[in-house]
Design a protein around this ligand. Structure first.
Ligand SMILES: Nc1ncnc2c1ncn2[C@@H]1O[C@H](COP(=O)(O)OP(=O)(O)OP(=O)(O)O)[C@@H](O)[C@H]1O
Ligand SMILES: [Mg+2]
Length: 675
């Protein structure tokens, strides 16, 4: 599905150095290196080298005591067996190369739904409104939720017009190929206008296009330059401890064999001296044998005669045992998950015996211990705590709001009442939730809103705002449209100060239809608190007590704040922001300075609490693992109290344990604290 005409070629000026084609090599061997490399790997198994040696010995007539094929047969079986496996990989990658290898940097490619992305592309246009496309990145990062990418408006206008696309001229300057999957920096110059290009507009090789009829992309990296290939290392031959032990045993047996043969040789020499000539009467042969030479031959003959002490069958039997073992794993009823009809699957037999020997488990929290299904649970707005109370068993009825999500459940009626009364703080609170996020809306039919969120937390928060009357409806790169209590308001999106795990916060700067500019910020409470205006100190204390209560329940919390911006300051800031976001070198540092500058003197609005339940059986499993003395490390970015609480609820932490908190930020300080 490439755009085949020559016109399409070279749409982008390419510097005259050699760019790789899209052909890649994922096989371990090629046609020429297959034999030597494979043989080397085979013979690194000591026993195989030994049998080859024997085979050579047997081809020497003076030494040979048994026919040559007695050794050759087992050796052949061993070699053929493992070659079969590799040839399979080889043919697989040939198949791929055939299809994709002719793609070049600068080509424009058309992709359709459920197709793999063959090279790293800059998204140009798509069939969906607002030039969105959805991709699944499971092959790259293992995440199964769909990610949204959005093309620049300049390129998106071309749509699927072949003439426009092939006439497209532009210059893309970007960073050299690297292996960072989550970062990309570049600038696209079209008609003298510069546009910043970031990770949101890039499709990486290995992704799959979903829910998108078609889209067009420009190849920026092909073949070995793609981020997927930059990340792949060499496949190594795995060896278990039993393999190592077997090698040592074979070495010992070999030593034993050599000793016996040496003794035999000495015996032979003694016999030859004492009786050898007398023996001619019994077995006629030429007299006057060269005793040292004949002893030398005898030594090797004994090596052949006694070769069966080295157990080649040991290797075969161990392989067989492993194979049988893997069947037992596949058949294990305790590892069968009936809900999805998935049994355990042993994909390799080489590592079976390592399974029981785990000492450490490193785990992620969200999605691994927990379900990754977030529900908006509690919130604190302007010092008032809205929580589920047991006397209000009935769910809040959202039927007045036609755009509400029917699956959303909340129990505190007073919040809805506050909203309907037109409380300004509560409105600002939900306006923030409706504006400050990276969620993409999907409205296939009028009124049937669907959110595509990269982080489930944000999905929960935006859905909450939607049900309380602030419905996030659509977004373009330049604007966000929100239905505010039934009134349609379009905000001009001036800047997005995106989230990362160092900043621990995200902000948006918007201009409302009246021209007022506001910054909305949400993030970790500790981070927001550092940046609050002094006048919020009283509200801060009340909110803190609420936050502690939420964290005590193991909920994930975020603090929300806003800031009104002056026009003159903003003009200057936006200019600097545009400059910084075009920079290729030090873009992040420059943006960070700007972000720090504007995210100060914030006014606190409140806090949210989102629940992510533990998966079934997690506490029990962790208890069992702890009993087996397996040490567990869990990684989380949550607030410390929340993390501790979840630690207790999943049995990671127990009452009798002593807890050490290390709060330092640099390597040296951590070292000191640990001492
Ligand atoms: N989308 C967001 N906008 C603003 N702040 C956020 C957002 N997501 C997370 N945060 C804040 O940043 C902190 C760190 O988040 P981060 O994503 O690094 O954690 P994490 O590794 O995802 O942790 P976990 O695995 O427990 O979810 C969070 O505790 C939260 O306070
Ligand atoms: Mg996170």
């Amino acid at each position: 599905s490439f755009c085949s005409s020559e016109k399409c070629h070279q749409n982008v000026q390419i510097q005259p150095f050699l760019l790789p084609k899209n052909a890649i090599k994922t096989s371990k061997y090629n046609l020429f290196s297959f034999l030597p490399l494979n043989l080397f790997e085979q013979f690194s198994r000591l026993a195989n080298a030994y049998f080859l040696f024997l085979l050579i010995l047997q081809l020497i007539p003076q030494i040979s005591a048994v026919p040559w094929f007695t050794t050759a047969v087992p050796l052949l079986i061993e070699t053929v067996k493992s070659n079969m496996r590799k040839q399979y990989f080889l043919s697989l990658s040939m198949l791929r190369e055939e299809k994709w290898m002719n793609i070049q940097v600068g080509d424009i490619i058309k992709l359709e739904s459920n197709q793999f992305v063959p090279a790293d592309l800059l998204l140009l246009s798509s069939s969906e409104p607002l030039n969105l496309i959805y991709v699944e990145t499971a092959e790259l990062d293992g995440e199964t939720n769909l990610k949204v990418k959005q093309a620049l408006t300049v390129t998106g206008e071309m749509g699927d017009n072949m003439d426009d696309l092939s006439a497209f001229r532009g210059e893309l300057r970007c960073e050299p190929p690297n292996n960072r999957l989550d970062k990309f920096k570049g600038t696209l110059t079209v008609d003298g206008q510069q546009h910043g290009v970031d990770n949101d507009k890039i499709l990486l090789r290995g992704c799959t296009v979903r829910n998108t009829e078609w889209c067009f992309g420009l190849v920026i990296f092909a073949g070995s330059d793609t981020k997927l290939m930059q990340n792949s290392g060499r496949a190594t031959f795995k060896r278990t401890r039993i393999d190592q032990l077997m090698n040592i045993l074979v070495l010992c047996i070999f030593g034993f064999l050599a000793t016996i043969c040496a003794i035999m040789t000495v015996g032979h020499a003694v016999w030859e001296v004492n009786e050898g000539s007398a023996f001619t009467a019994f077995l006629p042969r030429q007299s006057g044998v060269d005793i040292p030479l004949s002893s030398f031959y005898t030594f090797w003959s004994y090596v052949i005669v006694l070769n069966t002490v080295v157990p080649i069958s040991l290797y075969v039997s161990v392989e067989m045992i492993r194979l049988g073992n893997s069947f037992f794993i596949d058949w294990d009823r305790k590892m069968y998950y009936p809900k999805k009809d998935t049994p355990a699957q042993a994909r390799t037999t080489t590592l079976n015996e390592e399974l029981g020997q785990i000492k450490y488990i490193f785990s992620d929290k969200t999605g691994t211990l927990t379900q990754n299904i977030m529900t908006f649970n509690k919130c604190s707005i302007n010092g008032r705590n809205y929580v589920y109370q047991s006397d209000q068993k009935k769910e809040v009825d959202f039927s007045w709001n036609q755009l509400a999500d029917p699956k959303f459940v909340f129990h505190d009626y007073s919040l809805l009442k506050t909203m309907k009364e037109g409380n300004l703080e509560a409105q600002a609170f939900f306006r923030l939730l409706a504006l400050c996020h990276t969620v993409m809306p999907e409205e296939k039919k009028e009124g049937e809103l669907n959110y595509q969120a990269q982080s489930p937390d944000e999905d929960a928060l935006v859905t909450a705002a939607r049900n309380f009357g602030f419905v996030f409806r659509s977004r373009t790169p330049e604007s966000i449209t929100v239905m505010e209590m039934g009134r349609k308001v379009t905000y001009e999106l001036l800047a997005v100060l995106d989230f990362n795990n160092v900043r621990k916060r995200m902000s948006v700067i918007v201009r409302d239809p009246e021209g007022r500019m506001t910054l909305y910020c949400k993030g970790a409470d500790t981070i927001i608190y550092e940046r609050l205006h002094p006048s919020c100190s009283k509200l801060k204390d009340i909110t803190t007590t609420h936050l502690n209560e939420y964290a005590g329940d193991g909920l994930r919390t975020l603090a929300l704040a806003y800031k009104d911006l002056e026009k003159s300051y903003m003009e200057r800031w936006l200019e600097r922001h545009h400059e910084a976001s075009m920079a290729i070198e030090g873009r992040e540092d420059k943006l960070d300075v700007l972000y720090e500058d504007i995210e100060t003197d914030l006014m606190l609005l409140g806090a949210t609490a989102v629940e992510d339940k533990l998966q079934d059986g997690v506490p029990h499993t962790i208890e069992q693992l702890a009993k087996a003395d397996i040490k567990i490390w869990v990684l989380t970015g949550d607030k410390q109290e929340t993390a501790e609480n979840i630690g207790y609820s999943c049995n990671m932490l127990r009452e009798e344990m002593e807890i050490f908190v290390v709060t330092a930020n640099t390597a040296n300080e951590v070292k000191e604290e640990l001492q």
